[in-house]
Structure formats: structure tokens, C-alpha cells
Design a protein around this ligand. Structure first.
Ligand SMILES: O=C(O)CCC(=O)C(=O)O
Length: 407
């Protein structure tokens, strides 16, 4: 069994282009002397050597040693200060660990190692983790016992009556019209019929069942808690299968706004799972860029009824695509920030202290004066949120959304 795992998974992975020997050479090309990591690079090379020699249990031990050292570096101080070289070494340690585990036939553990490597590591030549993950996913799919599929028609809250100013709905405006009337004037707009051709909304319609079938064994970061401003809020790594089971098993009225709410939020899912990338398309509006950075940042937001993103703003243009279910979205202009009581700390300065739908007007009296737009986005809607616009979002059902941020 172990040997079969090695030949069909490990060798298949390296048949795609890179040999184990060149992988070891790649590790030696990382400029580890600048971070004093020569011993770690040597451990990773020995780990790869053990996989080549068909002694994966030694490979596993060595890889674990390297992973532990890199993990400590990744988790000391601020993330932005962590050297990319440590993150590359984390990637290489993840590759040698994933290969060792696959060689022992531990395919699920190997896939989890690939995912954590993709989430925490930095890119290295050869795309090994992506390719290994794709091979493992296919292999696991072949061998999996079919699981009961979740029901997307979970009960959700009552219909919502919007207040505030309505947001204009425009069918596929031209780029020129969008730029002049909305982008430049900083006016939100709901664009309709611009995503009808996405496979996610037509030929491969997204649902909890589809996500489970496409990527159930993949590990993703999940927010746990009612809202990110709560003391008890935390993040966890879990497989898409467990995440979806947690959504499907709890009745929606119990999940909504509770400390147990699970939310796959602001995650670059399509970087991690390129196979889902072809289900969506970058809206043309995102090419109206003022900077050289032409590729938008694409984030997925997937969760049950009742997820809440507290009132906050981001520095980007945002076209927010609703793919499954409904969300209530409330917007405030950046011109009214003084009425919205941002948190004092630098970390949370883009977030309001006010609970938008239940404001404490004794503490935050000026909030009542702030004009706002409100809408419920439906599948197929693209909401344009201008940069620095405050936005509050609550899902009214199981919901899948994709945001495109650009500058
Ligand atoms: O959908 C959500 O919960 C929040 C979306 C958001 O904040 C964004 O797209 O910037």
C-alpha cells in the first residue's frame, strides 16, 4: 500500500515537470545565509533525500523538524516583518512533508500539509504544492465513499425591508458610463446581468454540495464567531467538508449571529484552489485601474445565514459579486466618517464601534444623523463599493460572494 502510494502519487507529481533531485537544488538556491538558516535548508535537503531513498518515515521526521523551526519564525513578531525566505523554507518543508506522508499512503494528511504550506508559505519555482494537491484531491475523490450531500435550501430569516437611500440598479453599463458616473463620482451602483455567463451561475452552479464535491478535502481558514470585533472571535483551519457540515447541521436560527458562526471570509480561495477559478470571471470594470497593479485581489466569502461583517472600510475599489443567496449591505460615504465612531486603535481604525443594526445611540448619538444606502444583493448582482466607503454586510441565507478589489 505504502509503495503503491509512492509510485502513483509522488512520482506522478514529479512527472509533471520537476524531479526530486532538482527540488533539492531549488532549496540550495534560496539565499539562506542572510537569515542564518543554512541548517534548516540542510535538514530539508536530507528530508527530500529520504523520500528519494524510499525511507519516508525518516523524511517525515526531518520535515517535521524543519517545519517546527520555520513555524516559530513565521509566528514571531508581525507577519509583515517575516522574511519571505523563511516562508519559502516553510514551503519546501511542506513539500518534503507532503511527499513523505503521500509515500506512506497518508493522503489526507498530505493534502492538509499542502494546504497549510500554500496558506503560510511563499511561492517557489515549480508550483509543487498546487500540483501535488491536485493529484491528491483526484486520488481521494476516486477512493472516497460518497458522503450525503448538504441541502442548500436551509431555512433563513424573514425578508428584509431596506431603509436608507436606494442604490441604483443598472443593466451592464458601458465601461465609460461606469467610470464617469459611478467610479469618478464615488457613487455605489448595482450592476445587473454582468455575471450571467459565469459557470458559477450557469453551467456549474455553485452550491454547498458542489463545493463539497469539488474541494471537500481541502483545508481552509475559517472565522469562528459572530463578528470579528468580538473578544471571543477566532480563526481555525478546517476542511471544506467539516465547514459545510457545520453549516448544514445547525439550524440557521441557532447559527445566526452566534459565537459558533463559521465563515470562510476574505480568503483568496482561487489562489489556493485554481480549479475553482474557471467558474468565475474578472469583471471588465476592474480594468479601469489608476495604478500599474492591474490584477484585482479576488476574495471568497462563503457562509451560513447570519454572518456579519461589521461596519468597516477598505482602501480599494470593490465590485462585490453575489453568487448564491442574499446579503443585506449598508453603505456610508467616507465623507461621514466623523459620524461613525471608528475604533481608536491603529489596527481597528477602519472599523466602526457602532453595531449598525442595533446602535447604542446614548454612546454614539451622531450615528443617527449619518445618511446611508441600503440594498439586498441577489445572485447575479455586482455591487460597486467605492474606495473608503463604509460597508456593513449580513447574510440573509446561505451565501457565496466574490469580491474584486483593485486600486
Ligand atoms: O461579505 C462580507 O461579509 C463582507 C465583504 C467585504 O467586506 C468586502 O468585500 O470588502
Amino acid at each position: 500500500m505504502a509503495h503503491q502510494g509512492f509510485s502513483t502519487v509522488v512520482e506522478q507529481c514529479f512527472d509533471v515537470g520537476h524531479s526530486l533531485a532538482t527540488l533539492s537544488e531549488d532549496v540550495s538556491s534560496v539565499d539562506v545565509s542572510t537569515i542564518g538558516a543554512e541548517p534548516v535548508a540542510a535538514i530539508i535537503q536530507s528530508a527530500i533525500g529520504s523520500v528519494v531513498d524510499r525511507t519516508p518515515s525518516t523524511g517525515k521526521q526531518l520535515s517535521q523538524g524543519a517545519l517546527d523551526i520555520c513555524w516559530e519564525k513565521l509566528n514571531s513578531g508581525y507577519w509583515r516583518d517575516v522574511s519571505v525566505l523563511w516562508r519559502q523554507l516553510y514551503t519546501y518543508s511542506s513539500i518534503s512533508m507532503a511527499l513523505s506522508l503521500a509515500a506512506e499512503g497518508l493522503l489526507k494528511e498530505s493534502l492538509k500539509t499542502c494546504d497549510v504550506g500554500l496558506l503560510m508559505g511563499a511561492p517557489v519555482p515549480g508550483n509543487h504544492l498546487h500540483r501535488l494537491a491536485a493529484i491528491l484531491t483526484n486520488r481521494l475523490r476516486e477512493t472516497s465513499v460518497s458522503d450525503s450531500l448538504p441541502n442548500d435550501k436551509l431555512p433563513c430569516g424573514p425578508d428584509f425591508q431596506c431603509g436608507g437611500l436606494p442604490i441604483e440598479r443598472v443593466q451592464c453599463p458601458s465601461l465609460l458610463m461606469f467610470e464617469e458616473k459611478y467610479m469618478r463620482q464615488k457613487v455605489p451602483v448595482i450592476i445587473t446581468d454582468a455575471t450571467n455567463h459565469w459557470p458559477a451561475l450557469s453551467s456549474r452552479p455553485w452550491s454547498l454540495a458542489y463545493l463539497k464535491q469539488a474541494a471537500g478535502d481541502r483545508t481552509v481558514p475559517i472565522e469562528v464567531g459572530a463578528r470579528y470585533t468580538d473578544q471571543t472571535w477566532s480563526q481555525a483551519l478546517m476542511t471544506i467538508n467539516s465547514f459545510i457540515d457545520s453549516i448544514s447541521e445547525a439550524p440557521s436560527e441557532e447559527v445566526a449571529g452566534k459565537s459558533s458562526t463559521h465563515y470562510l471570509a476574505q480568503h483568496q480561495l482561487f489562489e489556493q484552489l485554481p480549479e475553482l477559478r474557471s467558474d468565475i470571471c474578472v469583471p471588465d470594470y476592474c480594468c479601469l485601474s489608476e495604478s500599474d497593479d492591474t490584477e484585482p485581489v479576488v476574495n471568497a466569502w462563503i457562509g451560513p445565514c447570519g454572518t456579519v461583517s461589521p461596519l468597516h472600510h477598505d482602501p480599494y475599489h470593490n465590485v462585490f459579486a453575489q453568487v448564491v443567496g442574499k446579503k443585506l449591505i449598508r453603505l456610508y460615504s467616507s465623507a461621514h466618517s466623523d459620524l461613525l465612531y471608528p475604533h481608536d486603535s491603529a489596527m481597528m481604525h477602519n472599523t466602526s464601534q457602532v453595531d449598525c443594526e442595533n446602535p447604542d445611540l446614548q454612546r454614539f448619538p451622531k450615528f443617527a444623523e449619518a445618511p446611508f444606502w441600503e440594498c439586498v444583493v441577489q445572485p447575479g448582482d455586482l455591487l460597486y463599493i467605492p474606495p473608503k466607503f463604509w460597508h456593513y454586510v449580513r447574510s440573509l441565507s446561505v451565501s457565496f460572494s466574490v469580491s474584486f478589489w483593485w486600486t
